[in-house]
Write a protein that binds this ligand. Sequence first.
Ligand code: NI
Length: 250
Amino acid sequence: MQLQLQTWQEVEAYLARSTAIIIPIGSTEQHGPNGFIGTDALCPEFLARAIGDGEDVLVAPTISVGMAQHHLGFAGSITLRPSTLMAVIQDTVNSLAVHGFDSFYFLNGHGGNIATVTAAFSEIYAESSLGRADHNRPPLRCKLRNWWDLQGVQSLSQELFGEAEGRHATCSEVSLTYYAYPEHVKHADMTPEIAPTGPIYAADDYRRRFPDGRIGSNPALASVAAGEQLFHAAIAELGEDFKAFSAGAD
Ligand code: NI
């Protein structure tokens, strides 16, 4: 169930059954010659909505712009500063907590968000621990889950793509978006076939090291069929992971 498609009465009724919610979070940044700029937001959103439609789970609007300063050398990329993204996360959690939500499952699609999201969680916990939050508020729990880190996804992407999977504009993430949006599949030459790898600093340096935007990948191997396999592998594991979290076990 998407929060945006509910009435407030329906959300109140949901809160009587569950106080857990999934919040997809991603990024809006270049993904090489054949990947969508929305890849990192579209992947967790697609997976979260599938879980939300299959089970009685509420899914918040996607936080679609993340920490992507290193991609600003490529047209269409948008970034929030880490401090801005932390504020967005804190305000989102605190708003939902006002109504009684206490368990926040952030399903993440972008490696560059991890440090900032984790720091935002620490700020949220510090507000409670330092006594600045409303004393009537139940303790809040926030969890970050990177969809690409799921065991089933990792082993499948290794099996399907091996070393061509890469680190950015990966075969797996491009495949998953192709499965979600098959009418937008793109074809492009990859030269070299497997992109270079290296460290990430600021935007100009990134563009020099990784001229077409990819890091270590050959997403020409991405396909709708691979995306479908990855989707099913991810959904099975995510559903269980979310259940364990909302039950307080994880
Ligand atoms: Ni990505």
